[in-house]
Design a protein around this ligand. Structure first.
Ligand SMILES: [Zn+2]
Length: 128
């Protein structure tokens, strides 16, 4: 499976390698359980030191749009916000935008350079 880099998103990538593959890095507060992405050294809610954790790879597409004019990247490409299952909202590329809908379930694929691509889930995969 190929993950296509989306302009301006790769540089924000912070990746954690897990047994299930690459995941985007975030942070979790051990005191109040607040999550953050990108990872932060101190909790934004209570200022306690945080732990670096892999973020969920599934979520719900909150909003998306297709960019058709750009002076710096090949168009068209589609980007969107995904509300990950662990409560963090991330900006990501969107694959198969013709099948994507607001509130559809997606899996977010992460490449080694940190670029992200949300792929709409269908059928039984969408129920997980
Ligand atoms: Zn906290």
């Amino acid at each position: 499976m190929t993950v296509t880099a989306i302009p301006d998103l790769a540089e924000s990538g912070d990746v954690v390698e897990t047994d299930a593959g690459l995941r985007q890095a975030g942070s979790r507060c051990p005191e109040c359980r607040a999550m953050a992405s990108p990872p932060v050294p101190r909790c934004v809610e209570c200022a306690a030191p945080t732990r670096r954790v892999p973020l969920a790879d599934r979520g719900t597409l909150y909003a998306f749009t297709t960019v058709r004019v750009s002076s710096s990247a090949q168009t068209p490409y589609t980007i969107g916000y995904v509300d990950l299952d662990d409560g963090v909202r991330v900006l990501t590329g969107v694959a198969d935008p013709e099948t994507a809908t607001v509130d559809c379930r997606v899996i977010v694929e992460v490449a080694a350079d940190g670029s992200r691509l949300a792929r709409p889930l269908t059928g039984e995969d969408a129920d997980q």
